[in-house]
Design a protein around this ligand. Structure first.
Ligand code: AAO
Length: 484
């Protein structure tokens, strides 16, 4: 168990113990649930929009938000300008330092932590000099007052770029797509980066995604992160590549990792192959230990890579429900905007260059199509909101009563929760063992957020059996808190 998770568990125990010690222990306190640790990547959401959304996120059971990189970056309309730092000023297209501080503080008050995407492996990939979003001047290997040419690697490949991911030295000393590669082995670079992370911590962030961690030796990452406050969330991006010498496991001493195997394996289950292979996810050597792994159906890169299951697929909700239903890893949901051009950034007012306000599209169901630029707002999808409560209910209960047939898959979390999904376009009917106590239940997949189950549509008999129909691309799920 990571230190952060250990601290959270200890805190929950402490809470229950304090309630008991105060003499006010009642049934509710005795059975208090530790909320599931569920995050969401809010890709290219401006700070003010996240701040406005935090009360909804908290209500819907989401504990933390992974934001897009907050540091000053190159100018331009594409989303990926965010990944070319110009300085470590917290002044980006997504908002000013004051807006950032207000977001972090007000989200924290609402009960939602902010995890910053820390781009610390490199600076820009620009051949021409320019000015960043915070007004700082720069050129490819010169960032006045921050870094000079000596702070960057020259690796000896023809264009200084990584071409061979099988070569550890190249991956860690050459440039990723022409991005000026920092000498993270030097004290001065390390302390400059650390000062940036400390600044973000002083503004109240609860952790970091370490962008392109694979491109820095683990010892460098460890040195930069050394002595972070206990419980700081560290999520390192080390993409597991077939046959590559650098593995996510190497980085576990510095923190946790994004486990790309999850989304990759799910995408192979979208159609065709045996759906029951879902039950193997998380079990092979291609998965980091569960307590150190963050799982996701897709992120901002894989969403554009053409292979992952995305909001464009009718099966998307099914696979997000399966993400939340699985005990392996810590799930990260995703909320971004619709696009047809992979480079398109969030929509701006072309006269002023300012981002347009974020408005969530009203969701109508799995086969919905979106117009370019519309915000998809998965944090509000009723099935996913209900499934977060489902995950809390399931707690540590093991997977039981596994079933799969064609496009259908079902399982229980022993005695606590049950889910059946249909990845196909025809309805599926069946009778399943839910392992749940007899009674009437609400359906997490029925299209409404269930706060209290007053209008149950599911009935579990005395043997735990439930007979029902799963809609096309649908989820039929229930759990103890959804009991009437
Ligand atoms: C942009 C332009 C470039 C230009 C550059 C400089 O697109 O043409 O040269 O500016 O001006 C983002 C965008 C980039 C953008 C960059 C800077 O994605 O297009 O470049 O901002 O603006 C590798 C890294 C990984 C990285 C990923 C994109 O290891 O860290 O490439 N992701 C992060 C961010 C990402 C960001 C950056 C890093 C840079 O999430 O948004 O870039 O800050 C294999 C390797 C991986 C490798 C991929 C892609 O992965 O294993 O390490 O990721 O290839 O090259 C299967 C395989 C797996 C394979 C994967 C994808 O899963 O098993 O091995 O498929 O093919």
């Amino acid at each position: 168990m990571s230190l952060r998770k250990l601290l959270s568990a200890v805190f929950s125990l402490f809470l229950v113990a304090s309630i008991s010690a105060c003499g006010s222990a009642d049934k509710t306190a005795a059975t208090a649930q530790t909320p599931a640790d569920v995050g969401i990547q809010m890709f290219e959401w401006p700070w003010t929009a996240i701040e406005n959304e935090c009360p909804t996120l908290a209500k819907n059971g989401i504990s933390w938000v992974l934001i897009s990189p907050p540091q000053e970056h190159i100018l331009g309309d594409t989303w990926w300008t965010s990944y070319q730092p110009v300085s470590y000023k917290v002044e980006s297209r997504l908002g000013t330092r004051d807006q950032f501080a207000a977001m972090v503080s007000n989200c924290k008050t609402a009960g939602v932590g902010i995890v910053a995407d820390a781009v610390i492996n490199h600076m820009t990939g620009q051949e021409n000099s320019g000015v960043g979003t915070g007004g700082s001047s720069y050129s490819h290997y010169d960032y006045p007052g921050i870094y000079t040419k000596d702070d960057f690697h020259e690796c000896g490949t023809p264009n200084n770029d990584i071409s061979n991911y099988q070569d550890r030295e190249e991956v860690q000393n050459c440039e990723l797509s022409n991005l000026a590669d920092l000498k993270t082995e030097t004290e001065s670079v390390r302390s400059t980066i650390r000062a940036y992370l400390d600044d973000l911590l002083s503004l109240g962030v609860e952790g970091f995604r370490i962008d392109a961690a694979k491109h820095m030796p683990e010892a460098d990452v460890a040195a930069i992160l050394k002595g972070l406050p206990a419980g700081t969330r560290v999520i390192q991006e080390v993409i597991r590549g077939a046959g590559e010498p650098i593995t996510p496991e190497e980085y576990l001493p510095s923190g946790d990792v994004l486990e790309f195997s999850w989304g990759k394996d799910m995408s192979s289950l979208k159609v065709g192959s045996t759906f029951s292979a879902y039950f193997n996810a998380g079990t092979s050597s291609l998965y980091a230990p569960s307590d150190h792994a963050y799982t996701f159906v897709q992120n901002h890169d894989t969403e554009r890579g053409g292979k992952a299951i995305t909001y464009k697929d009718p099966q998307y909700e099914v696979f997000n429900a399966l993400l939340l239903a699985n005990p392996y890893g810590t799930p990260i949901l995703y909320s971004g905007y619709a696009f047809t051009n992979n480079d398109s950034g969030p929509r701006i007012n072309h006269a002023t260059g300012a981002l347009l306000d974020v408005t969530c599209v009203e969701r109508t169901g799995p086969t919905q199509t979106y117009l370019d630029g519309q915000w998809t707002c998965q944090q509000r999808w009723p099935t996913l909101v209900n499934m977060i409560q489902w995950r809390t209910d399931a707690a540590d209960a093991p997977i039981a009563a596994k079933w799969s047939d064609g496009n259908g898959l079902a399982f229980a979390r022993q005695g606590k929760a049950f889910i059946a999904v249909n990845r196909g376009e025809e309805p599926l009917s069946g009778t399943w063992d839910t392992t749940l106590p007899a009674g009437k239940y609400c359906d997490a997949g029925a299209g409404e957020i269930v706060e209290k189950c007053t209008d149950p549509t599911l009935e579990v008999d005395k043997d735990g059996q439930l007979t029902g129909t799963i809609q096309p691309y649908g989820v039929l799920a229930t759990s103890l808190s959804l009991k009437n």
